[in-house]
Design a protein around this ligand. Structure first.
Ligand code: HEC
Length: 364
């Protein structure tokens, strides 16, 4: 109960909640969700692991998953239906497939293996193995389930960032050099890689807000943020390289914006005003900070009590990302470094094709 109480406090800022404890009972009992899904080290593996689902999904999309599981399905979870030459029909999700054979997991969780030459029919269908709960559970039970799923936020694997020289300890992560690669920053396909407009929309920044774009680069996000907060709002673009700030200035002029301030920061100090910023965006820059702990402490000081920190980094886990691993970070690297600096993760964006987008608030 104590643990549950704590995690609910962390959700104070989120929309109306059902009863998470009652939702957990539905998950483990009547709904039988645990048969197909695991949370922590408990549960089945027919459906995706839900240990961090509360970070990845909004309440609306969780509700949709429960009442209409077929609405959105990842390719690896399409229902595979196979009929053997003897006429036996098997349904499941595909675990492995090659030219000669396929391995399935059926809805009871059992692995099944077939040689393709023994199958009469094999197809993937655009429906989910998960049953719809629209008529199996009451509206209240569904709300309680959603509330429970919202509390599932995994745990950061403890891991502190040791900055160079700190107590003579080695760095646990190599830090990339400051990016000077303008061709990369202004490449034409950057919009399809980074979906900047979708990102800025998803952050739901109110008009009139004060936003800091920390490590603004050539101003790729700066002007979008400035439009978003409107003339009553304010965007502070921070860079440690003066030539980058000059580029931001050109962008601001081109877009005829009057609400952008340019600040030349130092590697330890972003020179942001204390207690006055609603949102700090650090996009593709954190991995280059030579003194990340000092910067995170400064970000913490500049944020209002309910302010948010948004970190965007190319994902180290994604092998298709065409940039050096030194310029990428894993989910856990970001989460553990930022959380150990006095923040708490509240959301992981799920629509960026190649990047992690993690949103934090200050831990009280
Ligand atoms: C027979 C197995 C099965 C049962 C029982 C089941 N699910 Fe699922 N679930 C799946 C599969 C397979 C998927 C992936 C395909 C899809 O998205 O529908 C899934 C997807 C989901 C997702 C979306 C996950 C994501 O990463 O986007 C959520 C949330 C979810 N289930 C919650 C539940 C809850 C809550 C229950 C119990 C009320 C439940 N499931 C019961 C098999 C199951």
């Amino acid at each position: 109960m104590f643990v549950l109480g704590l995690s609910l406090l962390g959700l104070a800022a989120l929309p109306a909640l059902g009863d998470a404890a009652a939702g957990r009972s539905v998950f483990m009992g009547k709904g039988d969700c645990v048969n197909c899904h695991s949370v922590g080290d408990r549960g089945g593996s027919v459906g995706p692991d839900l240990s961090e689902i509360g970070l990845r999904r909004t309440p609306e999309s969780l509700r949709l998953s429960i009442v209409d599981p077929g609405a959105e399905i990842y390719r690896e979870y399409l229902t595979v239906s196979a009929i053997t030459k003897l006429g036996q029909r098997i349904e499941g999700i595909a675990l492995n497939e090659d030219d000669l054979s396929i391995q399935l997991r059926d809805s009871a969780g059992n692995p099944k293996s077939f040689l393709k030459e023994n199958l009469r029919d094999l197809r993937r269908e655009e429906r989910s193995l998960m049953p719809s709960y629209a008529s199996r559970l009451s509206a209240v039970e569904i709300e309680n389930l959603v509330a429970y799923l919202r509390t599932l936020r995994g745990v950061a694997v403890a891991r502190r960032l040791e900055t160079a020289g700190a107590a003579g300890a080695p760095r646990t992560r190599d830090i990339a050099r400051v990016s000077e690669n303008l061709t990369w920053l202004t490449r034409p396909d950057r919009d399809s890689d980074e979906r900047p407009d979708t990102l800025v929309d998803a952050l739901e920044i109110p008009r009139g807000a004060t936003v800091a774009d920390l490590g603004a680069g050539a101003g790729y996000f700066t002007w979008r943020l400035a439009r978003r907060v409107g003339p009553q709002g304010r965007v502070i673009a921070v860079e440690i390289q003066r030539q980058m700030l000059d580029l931001v200035a050109q962008e601001v002029k081109k877009e005829a914006l009057t609400n952008v301030e340019l600040v030349l920061g130092s590697p330890r100090d972003p020179r942001l005003p204390e207690g006055s910023v609603d949102l700090v965006l650090i996009a593709n820059a954190y991995h280059e900070f030579s003194e990340p702990e000092a910067i995170l402490a400064a970000v913490r000081r500049c944020l209002k009590p309910d302010g948010r920190l948004v970190l965007i980094e190319y994902a180290k886990e994604n092998s298709r990302v065409p940039i050096s691993p030194l310029h990428r970070m894993s989910f856990n690297e970001i989460r553990s470094e930022v959380e150990s600096a006095g923040f708490e993760i509240i959301r992981a964006l799920d629509f960026l094709p190649m990047q992690h987008g993690l949103i934090f608030t200050k831990r009280q």
